[in-house]
Design a protein. Sequence first.
Length: 302
Amino acid sequence: MADKASALDGARIVGKRYLRFKRRQNPEGRMSLMEHLRELRNRLVKCLIVIAIGAGVAGFYSNATLSLVTHPFCSAVINGHTGCTTVGDQLTINSVFDGFFIRIKVAFFFGLIATCPFWLYQLWAFIAPGLYKRERRWAYLFAGTAAPLFIVGAGLAYVVMSRGLRYLLGLAPHHVLVLPTWDSYLGYFIGMLVGFGLAFELPLVLVMLNIAGILTHERFRKWRKTLIFVIFLISGMVNPSPDPMTMLILGGICVALVEVAEIFVYFNDKRRARLHPDPYAGLADDELAPLPERVDADSSLN
């Protein structure tokens, strides 16, 4: 046991010395193009393996995942009663292999969502070495805020999805048997979750544009009305159903989040102006800007 412990200690010492030697040889941690490509390949392989494992677990519990997916449809009021009870209010398949492929699609979707912390970390680990310390700090803020906002948006979509289904299926003419297929419903389900999730990322995008110095509060205030109109327009576009109530819910919450983003932009501009005052602030259009103070050549050499 003592010999094994001493061997392990020796291996650790050799490893530390090797790392110190590599840092001295390449202190900035630069990599060649082929090394970047190899690292990207390794991280992609890791992501694919983990996603496949997550999809396998979701496929093992396919009955539970399918029940979770069909819950909005079954809770929608169709023809005066909830769905999944009678012919005409149930999802259909048109091929022998549809049942198999549906389980594969649902398992992959849940595996992708469940393993997102891992593959997002792999993406971050690939990008982070090329960022400065300040950029990494804001990137941590972006990554830590983007996921909760997306989850809240997707959760809202899951809650209001049955309302959109009721509206869409209610548009069918009378005495027409409506037989929605599993594929069409799954596309609607994923579209609602992804569309709502991305719509909730808009305030975060505005904040990051302000941090980058592209969007100021003055410009924000000038374009507020147009921005609100665009928000409701995008809410109607990302919402697969033309249900006005769903669009109003999504647009109203996004507008509220944008107002929160505006508060951040306002105080961030105030802080930036205090730390780095603008020398041209307060000048009239016809007033000359002051010249910088002349620095004596002799004093600059001292």
